[in-house]
Design a protein around this ligand. Structure first.
Ligand code: NIG
Ligand code: FE
Length: 394
């Protein structure tokens, strides 16, 4: 059995046992066997191994868990971004532009785009990523989007209810029928999750409830886009349906926060429904950021994700999102890193990633920095020195 020792770690973030909420260990080493963390402890007591990576006293973290990304699309909406920066508002209407380009693309073109973005994310430290459909919006195009997504991740999400496509504009009820019927049947074999964009201009709460319930009945887990563009019932619908995560959460009432806090686990390990914040979207739409502090102070589990998509947030960079969360959303650097690793894992209801404890998947990021603090302290700087995924140096 070939063992790999990651040695001479100055600051190891485990999100497990150790100093503070990040479970930090100093002068540490990690032993990896068969793609898993086999041992974590002081470098001075490190067991022998066939191979050794010298971290040179730098910081080592769990790989980032990006629990919200829309990577299966074609086309470019840079002009829409430029128009927003010149004062146009974001409405979500541009989704239909991407739907047109995606339908016109071949499977290989879509596959190449996902591969490029997945590679980009990996080089920035993302070792687990969720990928949604949602730019096909026909039975065949949603099924193929998910088939392609499944070539790159286990966490695939059916988002047939992204917007009502143009050809159904005057009969949204018929489109909901299509999503719940033939589209779900074609999508479900390739999907783990179901998602709905529950927002004014997309799907109202009754349609969202109906679609999510059909997905649940087909064995999919629930997550949803909620309260992004304005206040609304999406977050409370997520709680009602035991969603793993409600995403965006930009406009929250006290009742929304109370509902999320009410899903707390009895052992104090956070909330069953996670609030996933996507600051890349507020950056790219020049919108007010969500107030993470309010959620954290109420005991709600917070995750950070990129929302990587061609319209509202065309970034694959978790370090960028961490920096935004610290600067703009009143998160401490420790809270932001936890949210981008263990928080993302909880948003995907996974306990094998987001932590570096024995038994976890050996997904490690070696920083070109002495501390995780540098992720927010040195924004925009390529600090990801080395990525190990599933025990394999990338
Ligand atoms: O998460 N909100 C809905 N979906 C994406 C935006 C998609 C787009 O504009 O293409 C989001 O922000
Ligand atoms: Fe999204």
């Amino acid at each position: 059995m070939s063992a790999l020792l990651v040695d001479n770690i100055g600051e190891l973030v485990t999100n497990g046992v150790g100093e503070g909420p990040l479970g930090i260990r100093r002068k540490a080493a990690v032993l990896v066997e068969e793609g898993r963390v086999a041992w974590v402890g002081p470098a001075a007591y490190a067991p022998a191994a066939d191979r050794r990576i010298d971290a040179g006293g730098a910081a080592v973290l769990p790989g980032f868990v990006d629990s919200h990304a829309h990577l299966v699309f074609a086309g470019d909406r840079a002009a829409e971004f430029a128009a927003r920066m010149a004062g146009e508002p974001y409405t979500g209407g541009g989704i239909r532009t991407t739907v047109g380009a995606t339908r016109a693309a071949t499977d290989d073109e879509l596959r190449a785009i996902v591969r490029r973005l997945r590679g980009e994310a990996l080089r920035q430290g993302t070792t687990t990523i969720e990928i949604k459909s949602g730019y096909g919006l026909t039975v065949a195009d949603e099924a193929r989007s998910l088939r392609i997504a499944a070539e790159f991740t286990e966490d695939t999400t059916f988002l047939g209810a992204h917007v009502v496509p143009a050809e159904y504009a005057d009969r949204p009820d018929d489109y909901v029928g299509l999503v719940c019927g033939p589209m779900l049947a074609a999508a479900a074999p390739h999907a783990k999750w179901i998602d709905v964009f529950c927002e004014r201009g997309a799907f109202d709460v009754d349609h969202a409830r109906a679609i999510l319930a059909c997905g649940q009945a087909a064995g999919l887990g629930v997550r949803l886009h909620a309260n992004q563009l304005g206040p609304g019932p999406g977050v409370q619908l997520g709680v009602e349906l035991d969603a793993a995560s409600v995403d965006h959460c930009t406009h929250l009432s006290d009742a929304d926060i109370d509902a999320l806090a009410g899903t707390a686990h009895s052992d104090g390990s956070g909330t069953r429904t996670v609030a996933t914040l996507l600051p890349g979207a507020e950056f790219s739409t020049r919108s007010p950021y969500p107030d993470a502090r309010r959620l954290l102070d109420a005991g709600v589990t917070v995750a950070l994700a990129t929302d990587c998509n061609p319209g509202s947030s065309y970034t694959s960079s978790m370090p960028f999102c961490i920096a935004l969360a610290v600067r703009e959303m009143r998160m401490t650097p420790a809270e932001a890193l936890w949210a981008a690793t263990a928080g993302g894992a909880q948003a995907l209801r996974r306990d094998d990633v987001g932590v570096l404890t024995p038994g976890a998947r050996a997904d490690l990021v070696v920083l070109a920095a002495p501390s995780y603090l540098h992720l927010a302290y040195r924004p925009g700087v390529p600090l990801i020195h080395q990525v190990i995924r599933n025990g394999v140096p990338q």
